[in-house]
Design a protein around this ligand. Sequence first.
Ligand SMILES: Nc1ncnc2c1ncn2[C@@H]1O[C@H](COP(=O)(O)OP(=O)(O)OP(=O)(O)O)[C@@H](O)[C@H]1O
Ligand SMILES: [Mg+2]
Length: 342
Amino acid sequence: MEATFKTLLGYFCIANVVVNAFHPFSTIYSYFHESCDSTWVQFNAAGLQADLKSQLFGQHLASRIILKAVTGFMNNNNPQKPLVLSLHGWTGTGKNLASKLIANNIYKKGMDSSFVHLFVPGLNFPKEIQVEKYKSQLQHWIRGNVTACAHSMFIFDEMDKMHPGLIDSIKPFVDYYEKLDGVSYRKAMFIFLSNAGGESITQTTLDFWKSGKDREELELEDVEIALSLSVFNNKNSGLWHATLINKNLVDFFVPFLPLEYRHVIQCAMAEMKARGLSPDPDVAYKLALGISYGPEYDRFFSIPGCKMIASRLNFFIEAITIPPDSKPSVFRIRFNSPGKKG
Ligand SMILES: Nc1ncnc2c1ncn2[C@@H]1O[C@H](COP(=O)(O)OP(=O)(O)OP(=O)(O)O)[C@@H](O)[C@H]1O
Ligand SMILES: [Mg+2]
């Protein structure tokens, strides 16, 4: 008996030595190779707050809801269900940008993390005829990835273009199940992006402005009812409300307000800075003037949001000869009207 115990102790000691000998290597390995641990996956609430404030312009409601929802969820060690956010709004108002900011403050590699999965229907599920195949692929993908990392993030872009069958196939994962086939999905995050409800958000924002109130005074309650009604009644989104919204599986509807001229200017200034140029307000004003505004009579909101800013900026920038040792700020900015050459 004593001999057996000694033998076991011997094995244990050897095993310990072996593990300790390799430990530094496993630490080095996990330092370079992304893994599902706190080195690579760690929520930074202050970082998210700062990024939303400094990078997402004109979206006080969305910023507030996102910060609260994500912070509450990430700080809860035992969530009841995965976090489901549904981001709505007119084109170019920052829905993808907001998803990126969330990812940047959870995953060290941000959107490049292998735990962040972005689906675009036209790209990933292009053929309606193959929907059954996509369904099983998508389910396998979600199951496999959540098994590998509980804190996985799934972003579904253009949700209003997703086939209803595919949306149905996501439903079990976002529901209140303890486990499905031995896998818990409760720490995963699902973000749905769509333009559904964009018109109603715009109308509410416009009415608010017409009544002489400050945009920043707009509260979620002001937008929520009109938004949910319009999402329910929209023929494109009508199919997915039945499965996800009706069952209360969406935790937060996040409205993205239409952007005004002043926000477009902020976007232009930020874009110049991001390119290493010194931001020039004159260029920003001219750029913002060059895009179209709506709705028809009021012309108060940017039709493309901030979407065309990056490409339009190219028309305003002329790269002059850069001395080899100079910084990118030697780029000279010229006032060319968009579309004109030279
Ligand atoms: N509110 C914003 N603040 C700062 N930049 C913004 C904002 N909205 C859009 N942008 C910029 O405009 C471009 C397009 O934004 P984004 O892709 O996030 O729009 P979207 O809401 O997803 O639009 P769509 O509905 O057409 O997909 C990006 O370069 C983004 O950085
Ligand atoms: Mg988008």
